[in-house]
Write a new protein. Structure first.
Length: 151
């Protein structure tokens, strides 16, 4: 119930913002909320944990090789992406796993409701920046995926 209540507040803030990613997303009891990035199997996630808040692009298509290829394509634009985002991101290729992640996180006191207004504002600001930073590179990567017959 704590997570659902947090997501209700967060989604309300997103509805009133320029970030349209979560407009058709419902609150959940999970610690994450996913929204499409325009590339199948690669959602944007908001993460709400007891000690951490995170925004991420989760590269989780059906085939490991596609995920690693896509991650490597995006990492070629790392400098531009991070410049647009305004900070260094964590680039997690996760070679031992099927999926990859590009994320930005901060420490939080997630179950302290008094901190939620700041947490919601943080999620909104960081996801807005992440989508802006990754939108162009993701579109280019999607084209490259098609040429490689991955899509």
């Amino acid at each position: 119930t704590v997570r659902r209540e947090y997501w209700e507040r967060a989604l309300e803030a997103f509805q009133k913002s320029a970030c349209q990613l979560y407009n058709n997303i419902s609150p959940s009891k999970d610690h994450w909320l996913s929204a499409g990035s325009g590339l199948s199997g690669c959602p944007y996630n908001l993460i709400f944990l007891q000690k951490e808040l995170r925004v991420e692009l989760w590269i989780s298509r059906g085939v490991t090789d596609e995920n690693k290829y896509l991650f490597d394509l995006l990492s070629q634009s790392k400098q531009d992406i991070e410049h647009t985002f305004g900070a260094e991101l964590e680039w997690m290729r996760l070679d031992e796993k099927k999926s990859c992640r590009i994320q930005f996180s901060t420490k939080a006191d997630g179950f302290n409701k008094e901190t939620w207004p700041q947490a919601v504002a943080w999620h909104l600001e960081q996801m807005t920046k992440l989508e802006k930073a990754l939108k162009g590179p993701l579109q280019k990567a999607a084209e490259a995926m098609k040429q490689k017959n991955f899509d």
